[in-house]
Design a protein around this ligand. Structure first.
Ligand SMILES: [Zn+2]
Ligand SMILES: [Zn+2]
Length: 321
């Protein structure tokens, strides 16, 4: 069975919340992992409304420290503490994250907090170099047996990063082939799954010939940023690119040079260049409260002729892949 990746859009608004859209927050669930990407004000109530449990959170990825993306953090941490959260909680973010988390805890969270927090700052592109001293535009920040998280520096008006969650390509045993060969259920199956040759009923069976490849799956989160090539590189081949799209193309033109955000068409450009399969637009400005189709229409028009699907989710909607 393929384990699903589920992303719930807890908040799809931007700097100022509206009746329809809460501040930015998304929850990615995969197996036992519950990864929260950004934590705008009101995120913990969105958890309740979506029937999700904040105490299941395993990691928090912060894109940047603007209020709309982090003001929900102290309240969420306090609730987790009051509910006896006893796992290790990892918080990732750009430069300055350690100090900001400490300040939040000092200001708001109960002094006797026993939360086991591990805060990790993502090195900037300048600091992240390969063995030959070349600056790397992206890097793995967490690596597990079956998935990893990658990050790249963005261009906003404060340190900002984007993230990719990648489930690794997997070799699996083909159950149909096992049935055809009448291979009985026994511990030998786990040997076959390792690609070993096993003798069953007097016959030598090569595990390698019973395997198939389950392709890698990737979800990329690009929050507040100007258009930049790092975003394209990070999103390369993603199944899903979740991108901010604060402005319409027309508005973006009027604000030329005075904005630190993506327009609908810029988000679609990243999707097209990175050859992603699906584009989800979030972080909509309050100006598009009643007319999100303006943003959606421009992206769809730009992506005409490609197979990239585009959606604008409502708060609390989710997607599975
Ligand atoms: Zn924002
Ligand atoms: Zn911002």
């Amino acid at each position: 069975m393929v384990e699903k990746i589920k992303v719930t859009f807890l908040g799809t608004g931007s700097a100022i919340p509206t009746a329809r859209r809460s501040h930015p927050a998304m929850l990615l669930q995969y197996k036992a992992e519950n990864i929260l990407v950004d934590c705008g004000e009101g995120t913990q109530r969105q958890f309740r409304k979506a029937h999700l449990n904040p105490c299941k959170i395993t990691k928090i990825l912060i894109s940047h420290w603007h209020g709309d993306h982090v003001l929900g953090l102290p309240g969420l941490l306090q609730t987790m503490m009051l509910n006896g959260y006893n796992k290790k909680l990892e918080i990732y973010g750009p430069k300055g994250t350690k100090q900001k988390v400490r300040m939040h805890l000092d200001l708001f969270v109960h002094k006797g907090s026993k939360l086991n927090l591990v805060v990790k700052e993502i090195p900037s592109q300048i600091e992240r170099r390969d063995r030959l001293g070349q600056a790397l535009n992206k890097g793995v920040i967490f690596d597990d047996v079956d998935f990893y998280i990658e990050s790249a520096e963005m261009e906003h008006d404060c340190p900002a990063v984007a993230y990719s969650f990648v489930v690794k390509e997997k070799k699996r045993l083909d159950k149909e082939k096992l049935t055809k060969l009448k291979i009985p259920n026994s511990p030998l199956i786990s040997e076959l799954a390792k690609g070993k040759v096993v003798e069953i009923n007097g016959k030598k069976i090569n595990g390698k010939k019973l395997m198939y490849k389950e392709p890698a799956r990737k979800v990329t989160f690009v929050m507040d940023t100007r258009y930049n090539e790092n975003a394209v590189k990070l999103a390369k081949g993603a199944d899903l690119l979740i991108s901010e799209a604060t402005f319409s193309a027309g508005e973006a033109e009027e604000l030329l040079g005075k904005r630190a955000h993506l327009s609908s068409v810029e988000a679609a450009t990243i999707a097209k260049k990175a050859k992603v399969k699906g584009l989800v637009l979030v972080h909509l400005s309050q100006r598009y409260e009643g007319i999100p189709k303006v943003i959606l229409g421009e992206a769809v028009e730009f992506l005409k002729g490609t197979e990239i699907s585009v959606v604008i989710p409502e708060d609390l909607e989710s997607v599975e892949l």
